[in-house]
Every structure is written in C-alpha cells, then in structure tokens.
Design a protein around this ligand. Structure first.
Ligand SMILES: [Zn+2]
Length: 317
C-alpha cells in the first residue's frame, strides 16, 4: 500500500492539480477535509473550568472574549460511495439567529468546498452526523431566504446516519441543551425515509472501508465517534469529544459538555486506542488544524498531538 499523507500547501497550483489528478486515479480511498461555516464562541464556554490565564496562552480572544471556531467536515470517496462526516452550521439560520449564534459567513461554505472537489450535495451517498447540534447538522439544510418559514433538507441521495440515543435526545432535549438542537430536524430526517440509526460498536462496510461507531455520552447523550479503517490506515473522527487539538489534554472540556467527568473517562479510552493504533484523529472545530497523530509525553504524563496538518488529504491505494 502506498500512502501520501498530505499534499503540501506550498506546492504550486499547477503542480498540485497534476499531482492530485494522478493520485485520484490511483487511489481506492480518498480522504479530504472540507471547510464549513465558521463561528465565534465565548472562550470561557469553550474551555469549561480551565481559567482564562491558561487558555489565552493557546487561543487569542477578542474584546468580547470570543474565539474563532472552525467547522470542518471529512469526505471519504470510495469507488462507489461519497461519505461526508458532519455538515457544520451551514446557512439555514435567519439573520437575527445567525447573529446570536455568531456564524461568520452568509453563504453555505460546505457547498462551495464540495464544488472545489468537483461535487455537489446531490453526489453524497452517506452523511454521518456524530450528533445533531446545529453546528454539526445545520449544513444539512437549505440556505435561509426571505419568506422562508420551514427548514428543507439538502443531500437528496444520501442516507442520514446518526446514533439512536442522540436522535431521541434531539427530539426531546433537556432545557440546558435545547438551544443547541434544530427544532423539527428529527421529523424531517425521519420523513426523508433515509434515516439510519446506529448503536455502539455497529459497523458499516463501504467498498471495504470499515466504519465502527463508538458511543460517547459526556458531550451529549449518544454521540457517535467513527473509527475508520482503510486498509492499514486508521482515522478516528472525534466529533465534539475533542473539538480541537487543545482538548486532547484530558481535563480540558467544554462548558457545553453535559457530563465533563464522564467525557474525560471516555476520552482516555478513545485516545489510548488511537495512540495504540497509530490513528489520525480528526478535529471538527479546530480553527487551524484538521488532524494529527498522538504521542505520549512521558514528562506531562499525557497524550499530545503530533504531526498536526492544516489540511487532511489522504490517498489510500
Ligand atoms: Zn456539540
């Protein structure tokens, strides 16, 4: 097997497209990271009980204490399938709601990122959602327009995959996390006839690409992490278990996590597994980096991210 870990950002455009074309033709599985709509969120809320004196060394906050939050999807192309993990916040929010949730761009950025790959949302065969918070599932929906009173699904040919427990939570949220879910999305997904609900340890095989779902309850009940195996390449899609590389540090959790202690225990297991399997870990909200591998730092007595990449492009042949 030949693996190219990433196309260098420094490669000249003409060389890059020539290189990409050759690799696409040879590859059985193509992994790409795609940008979606970015946001600004309160730095304190993003770092839970960590004091600002600590987290401001990692991320700069603006005068309102807001920090930049990316939203990144992962696309895997196999000979027959195009599998998208997460859709970001998208552009379905009305202008006042968009302002409230601090979504930055007006357009649906993920659709443009798909176009850059020569694809539209109609080409996607599977959308896998770790959970149904609006900043992961909002991109499923058509852009807001004046006079629009209901939400409508994009991705007309995709199966929508999420966890059963998470789906039930989204239909009946707790008052603490109600604002994070999209009202009526559960019914829309069910009505599509293309919703598939998964459980812990469920496995999908798509052209020999194996996706095993791992349930986690610390961030939100029934969130599904995806452990992906493409030949001897492993990728762990973390969802919001660690939204960026700073959260690899076990005690660092978000104020949005419903049960931070449980999440820390779960992270310990997931990260140990990723380290033992030399797996890439994929970050959905990291503003700067798409993925990394993990090393164990003997001095710090914890896992640390290494080989951080700002774009994640893998060609597995
Ligand atoms: Zn979330």
């Amino acid at each position: 097997m030949w693996l190219s870990s990433t196309v260098s950002m420094k490669t000249k455009k003409s060389e890059k497209s020539k290189y990409l074309k050759a690799e696409l033709e040879m590859s059985e599985y193509i992994f790409s990271s795609l940008k979606g709509n970015s946001m600004k969120l309160d730095g304190g809320a993003m770092f839970g009980n960590a004091p600002k004196a600590l987290w401001q060394r990692w991320i700069m906050a603006d005068d309102k204490n807001m920090i930049d939050i990316g939203s990144r999807s992962m696309l895997i192309q196999t000979p027959r399938y195009k599998i998208l993990f997460e859709t970001g916040a998208g552009a379905y929010l009305s202008p006042p709601m968009k302002k409230r949730f601090q979504v930055v761009e007006n357009n649906h950025v993920l659709l443009d990122s798909l176009l850059n790959q020569g694809l539209t949302h109609a080409d996607i065969t599977h959308v896998i959602l770790s959970h149904l918070h609006f900043d992961h599932a909002g991109g499923l929906l058509k852009e807001f327009y004046d006079g629009c009173h209901s939400i409508e699904l994009l991705f007309p040919n995709a199966r929508f995959i999420t966890g059963k427990t998470q789906y039930e939570r989204s239909a009946s949220p707790h008052i603490r996390d109600r604002a994070s879910f999209i009202p009526q999305l559960d019914q829309l997904l069910e009505k599509s006839g293309r919703l598939e609900l998964k459980f812990d340890q469920d496995v999908m095989d798509l052209d020999g690409l194996e996706i095993m779902f791992l349930e986690s309850h610390g961030h939100t009940p029934g969130m599904l992490l995806s452990q992906i195996r493409a030949k001897d390449v492993n990728v762990l899609f973390l969802g919001d278990a660690a939204p960026g590389h700073h959260w690899i540090n076990l005690p660092i959790t978000m104020g949005y996590d419903r049960n931070p202690e449980l999440l820390i225990d779960e992270k310990q297991i997931f990260l140990e597994k990723a380290y033992n399997e030399n797996s890439w870990v994929f970050y959905t909200h990291d503003y700067d980096y798409a993925a990394s591998k993990l090393a164990y730092d003997e001095k710090k007595k914890r896992y640390v991210p290494i080989e951080l990449v700002d774009d994640f492009n893998l060609f597995v042949v």
